[in-house]
Design a protein around this ligand. Sequence first.
Ligand code: UD1
Length: 362
Amino acid sequence: MTILSVVGARPNFMKVGPVHEALVARGARSVVVHTGQHYDERMSGVFFRDLGLPEPEHYLGVGGGSHAEQTARVMLAFESVLQEVAPQAVVVVGDVNSTLATALVAAKRHVPLAHVEAGLRSGDREMPEEQNRICVDHLADRLYVTEQSGLDNLAREGIDEARVAFVGNVMIDTLLKHRPAARQRPLAVDVGEAPYALVTMHRPRNVDRAEPLAEVVRIVEALAERLRVVLPLHPRTRQRLEANGLLARLKAASGVHLIAPQGYLDFLALMDRAAVVVTDSGGIQEETTALGVPCLTLRPSTERPSTVEIGTNTLLPLAEAEVARGVDAILAGEGKVGEVPPLWDGHAGARIADDLMMWCKG
Ligand code: UD1
């Protein structure tokens, strides 16, 4: 049996790893295709080494561009690989443009399509990820769900529950597997014994326009008055800061450590030891909940409500005063303690592989 899994951008690598391993352990041929949406060593290569993933068998090298350009390039390049590999099923993960593009090609060529991390909805159609999630879930033949809200959303959208399986969270499989190694590592930045906030911001809504971006800078400065700040800069954010003349200001800010995007293990070590994580990421909301680290997510909504309802996550607006208040409460010991949501137990990849192989055998 041949199963083709797609990776494209940074948040995909840690999701495909557990599925690939579980498929191989069950004797399937698992072919990994990398679209090349993310191509920098720091956004892609280091993850393969950190996670012990095999080199992808096919690399499509599509790179950046507008959403339409990127999606179209992936579709064109993927179609011929799909014909060549001729798998019994295609597995796509998450919500990035590569997920949508390859799902469309598989569906149109009538290759059975499975979506890992199905059913998440932020309700915010401005987010490209939300558009991608909706389309992919409606194309998929088999939908693997991480949390209760996913089941509720898919039922509300009329997707047949016979196609849906609640399997848990593959990203947490990866986190639990690598946490011991991350705990052995020195931090990638020297903050001494001081408590620090780990900050990541890259959502177009927060960094693409001048006014929100200036607020991001003010938030970082307000945090730095209270504790050290470690800020790994996504390429998009770096470009926007530079274009708006704000990069030099952040570089000069005292107590702010601007660093390059980190590999998986270094970033996990940084999250695990942070006093607070301030982010607009999707996956980091889940990883901090699994680690029990307080997380402030600067977005109007989340597609991962279990992290707020059960875990350590709090949604806040992109506003300096509110973030400062949130961090002060956490530093005063009033942060959320939280619990880990059901089935985020390290075995989601195994459940998916079992189900997928049964399903493919029909
Ligand atoms: C993508 C995903 C987002 C995810 C994020 C994680 C979509 C719609 N968005 O956003 O969900 O949270 O990845 O990082 O798929 N760039 C580099 N080097 C790279 C990759 C990108 O310099 O290795 C540059 C690109 O040229 C582009 C910018 O960063 O200018 C954005 O890259 P892109 O893939 O378009 O989207 P992300 O913002 O990374």
